[in-house]
Design a protein around this ligand. Sequence first.
Ligand code: ADP
Length: 170
Amino acid sequence: LTWPEYWKKNKSSIGVLKGDDPEKVDENLASKVSIWEGDITKLEIDAIVNAANSRLLGGGGVDGAIHRAAGSYLKQECATLGEKPEKLQECYRNSLSVAKQNGARTIAFPCISTGIYGYPQRAAAKVALATVKQFLVNNPDSIDRVIFCLFLKTDKDIYEELLQKYFAFE
Ligand code: ADP
């Protein structure tokens, strides 16, 4: 389901927030975003984005092992390092650019940086939605569908709330 369809089906009694966002979003734009709860590897889609570092060694590995051994303190410590929003924004923007360059029409994102890396979920969702929206506005004929793949219920709740702010339409 696209976000507007999902919204109508699940939240119609609450209604759509209007005028919350200075940049008015049209239905065409809103219809390009979806949420999906589950495993990103199960999606039949042109491109999926990995939340990995540039070595692309895959999840777990030495990073996972170190974090398992260190316990939650390491995660807390990493969180205090604070990835700058600009860096996270670049992750989304660059992924969309690469997808566009390769002719991918559909792309799915996991909640980048909010797992092992420890970026706060809600703040990360705001960066993700604002960046994707800006890209879709600036590149109207490139990507048909962006799916936010939400692995955790907490992320699903956050995206359900924030999507109406960023992609609500009249
Ligand atoms: P990072 O280092 O960027 O934080 P993680 O892989 O630790 O990357 O976590 C990023 C997000 O991906 C988390 O919300 C996590 O729950 C989610 N996630 C884990 N496995 C999957 C999966 N198979 N499909 C989609 N999302 C997943």
